[in-house]
Design a binder for this molecule. Sequence first.
Ligand SMILES: *Cc1c(COP(=O)(O)O)cnc(C)c1O
Length: 398
Amino acid sequence: MSESKNPWHPQTRCAHIGCGQAEDAGLNAPVITPITQSTIFDLGTSAEAEALFSGDRKGHAYTRFGNPTVDELAAALCDLEGGGGALVTGSGNAATLCAITIAMAGRHGKLVTHPDIYGGSHELLRLLSASYGLTVEVVDPAEEASWFAAVRRAGAVLLESPSNPLMRLIDIGATTEAAHANDAAVIVDNTVATPHNQRPFEHGADWVVQSTSKYLNGHSDVIGGCLIKRESLTAQERAIHKNLGGTVNAMEAWLLLRGLRTFALRMEAHNRNGAAIADWLVGHPAVSKVYYPGLVRGRQGEIFAHQMTGGSGLLAFELVGGGEAANRFIDRLKLITHGVSLGGMESLAVRPAMSSHRGMSPEARAAAGIADGLVRLSIGTEAMADIIADLEQALEPS
Ligand SMILES: *Cc1c(COP(=O)(O)O)cnc(C)c1O
């Protein structure tokens, strides 16, 4: 749904998410969308059932094919991302699987991606290669000539910008232009940036995937995902989604609708806190390096300026004292929780070398830029002074 269909500002649109069943509105109608917790729907007369199954009548038969609460969530996510159609899935990984299956259908090229995509996406690609013969080419986008050469001959491209945890940025517009030379679809994992800070469709991307488990839900209590297409969805794309089966129940969809109502407000707070904490860490004597999109200079800084409007609350930093200092820092935290994931209102800290990247050898980790003393922070919406006080006491020399 484009801007023209919805004239309100994003913050206003968010405030009204989940109040959408306007066609049933009237005296005593619930303002908030109910949870339609039913797998089956009355098909009516034989003629009405025929009209539904032949596509002449809109309606519902079975929740894996569609459900009123889930449909409302799809419309809200589609509107936030500025797309033409959205499919909701039970997790971010299910969304990536569905997007790759759609993008690679009938294509013979390789799926091109880069080394620092989300760890779960890497595992998924390994599995798809082993079970279904998908060929994956992993290229470092910093080597621009090799990246664009691979993208130009790709069957489809999966990219994630900013990457996690090193916050490397990839030029979505230039990548899309190169991919489209071969008619290949570009899938952008926009989970870390969110539609508040980055709008991949405005740079030509074909698909956006989201783990709604992170910023979009924002409350660390629902696993979910979605894939959104720039254009409207075809019947075949809907059929792939339905038959892969990674759909959701009304209850999760309703919780996500509730989380989305504060999305714009929360992102303002995450952006503000994330930028302030990154600046504060840069000046700290125990810290040797800070990774945050808003801090980058040079070519990366140019990409940030034309592609993003905020840096979110995710950042990483390296401690001068290495792995031991990082463990001590995490064990001393009082307010910030030691935990994986990101995007909730509570601040989290984790050491990638012992969590997401623990399967790699120390040499491979070092080559990938994941230092032993690297700590990733998901900065929440707490009062900035409280977050800084906790960081300050945890960073004190022993
Ligand atoms: C969490 C995450 C995913 C996977 O989402 P799940 O909901 O955990 O399946 C994919 N991409 C990124 C960038 C993520 O952070």
